[in-house]
Design a binder for this molecule. Sequence first.
Ligand code: ADP
Length: 460
Amino acid sequence: MTIKVTNPADGSLAGEAPDMTLAEVKAAVDRTCNAFPMWSRKLARERGELLRRWFELIRDDKRVFAEIMVRENGKCLADAMGEIDYGLGFIEWYAEEARRVYGDTIPTHADNAQVLVMKEPAGPTAAITPWNFPFMMITRKIATALAAGCTMVIKPSELTPLTAYKLLEYARRAGIPEGVFEMVTGNPKEIGEVFTGDARIRKLSFTGSTAVGKLLATACGNDLKKMTLELGGNAPFIVFDDASFEDAVAALVSAKLRNSGQVCISPNRVFVQDGIHDRFVEAVAERVAKIRVDQGLQDAFVVGPLINRAGLDKVAALVEEAKQAGARVVLGGKPHAKGGLFYEPTILADLDDAMTVARTEIFGPVFPIYRFRTEDEVVRRANDSEYGLVAYAFTRDLGRAFRLSKNIEAGMVILNTGSVGTASVPFGGIKHSGYGREGSYYGIEEYVEVRYVLMGGLDK
Ligand code: ADP
């Protein structure tokens, strides 16, 4: 049995992936668990070398991965290549970090004793990933797990399994063995239940919707599995009168249109201060109007299709509702004349915070622009969300920049730029955006257990 993967740009068949039976999924989990003793005992240097080899093989074949991603996800080549560099960064970083999982010693509290703190791999682990970054979502989980000495079984999104299986193929070529890295695809709910119901799996890392994240967290509660949860967002993007105007416009447009807006850190509520509001809306519209909407297999940056009909319908409904409630459509505002899953890059102004569009993760190429007057007001409005993943702000006032970095409720506060992620920083959220961090040395802490050892009787 296979899962048919559809190209969102034209509805054609992009490829097929295994639709595994429950027995096949369980066998993969067994292999993941059985490989743990061997993998966790390997020298950190050896684990790092295998990751490095995997990194090199992919780096030499980036175009192969990029084209698969364009076909199964719809993002344009430029986005796909950017994602590959970002995703490769995690393999490279953790190949090196494997050797730096340092423990600690603490001055002893007892006579003739020594206190040691060791970092032990958490155990066999599992991960579930979404379709919006088919490459990077996988590399940043598995590279961290493997570096720490954990094995991992991954369930990628059934909408984008082709990139995932290509990653597995290259991992095998690099010498990363069966059991250490396993992949399963099939019925998401059933696979989720196998992962959460197996007491041998000591950790689950999930990126996806808050609804599914909560479901998995509840199930993991049964045997108190560790979790990393990267869930939804509702990112504020705040532009003050004193901002570097052109930089703010450029950063907003590129952060928003990447992946057609289907990104959890996509600016979702753009707050612009009164003094520049009208000029800012015009400048964004002028810039966005120049960007083409098209299928992604070409060199120019284009806004590609949305992932599926449900994604398009959601965006269309949010925009319609906002229009009904009095929003002004500055640009776009409807499905694109190309048909299919293309939606026009859309700018909405004169919005208020009670509209559904202000409270929902849009996941489409829509810029909702809100007006604000004071810093206190905008901080309160920015924080008025169940989510807390990322917040962006543009200001040249240093005191304000520091105040914002403290007062905004988010796992990540990004000032005077629209660029968030890279392997060396801790990515993650608070509130309903989840918990745990990916990337940097914080990321590896999610895959180790701290073990305190008291070595007593040293005088004997
Ligand atoms: P999105 O809205 O981004 O598709 P989802 O949370 O639905 O977010 O999907 C993210 C990942 O979670 C995908 O791999 C999907 O197959 C998986 N998933 C969806 N529902 C479940 C479930 N009930 N149990 C386990 N995994 C699920």
